[in-house]
Design a protein around this ligand. Structure first.
Ligand code: SF4
Ligand code: SF4
Length: 136
């Protein structure tokens, strides 16, 4: 019997997803254990279900195309395609929880650390305190 092409692709796909998962977990743990943190970002895997939005203590997560707010000031949406995180509002949940709350809430594993936004714990605490002051 001739196997369908998709059957040949399934095993490589599983291997890729497993490596991808452990790589992300390792990277997040490595960065955090060294005292450095990264803002969290949402990738194209997002299906805009908004499950993560309810978990965010900083109201840093917004629906696609929706303007975001900081301190009563409105800013243009950062993504029209999928739900997005505002790096200026994300503290990796520092100040509220020990772990980012949005990551386990995502059914498609679309949330991961953003290497372009590495911050120290002190910077994240300062960001949280500033948001406390000006408003989220
Ligand atoms: S890590 Fe925490 S603060 Fe950052 S977007 Fe996710 S839930 Fe919000
Ligand atoms: S939980 Fe995941 S899929 Fe749902 S909106 Fe958030 S990032 Fe997108």
């Amino acid at each position: 019997m001739v196997k369908q092409f998709s059957e040949y692709l399934y095993l490589p796909y599983l291997v890729f997803k497993t490596i991808d998962y452990f790589w992300k977990a390792f990277l997040l743990n490595y960065i955090s254990s060294g005292g450095f943190f990264m803002a969290i970002m949402i990738t194209d895997e997002c299906i805009s279900c908004n499950a993560c939005e309810a978990e965010c203590p900083n109201t840093a997560i917004y629906s696609p195309g929706l303007a975001y707010n900081i301190g009563g000031q409105e800013y243009a949406a950062l993504s029209e395609e999928h739900t997005y995180i505002v790096p200026d509002k994300c503290t990796e949940c520092v100040g509220f929880y020990d772990e980012p709350q949005c990551i386990p809430a995502c059914p498609t594993e679309a949330i991961l650390a953003d290497p372009s936004h590495v911050e120290t714990k002190e910077e994240l605490i300062a960001k949280k305190e500033n948001l406390d002051l000006v408003g989220r």
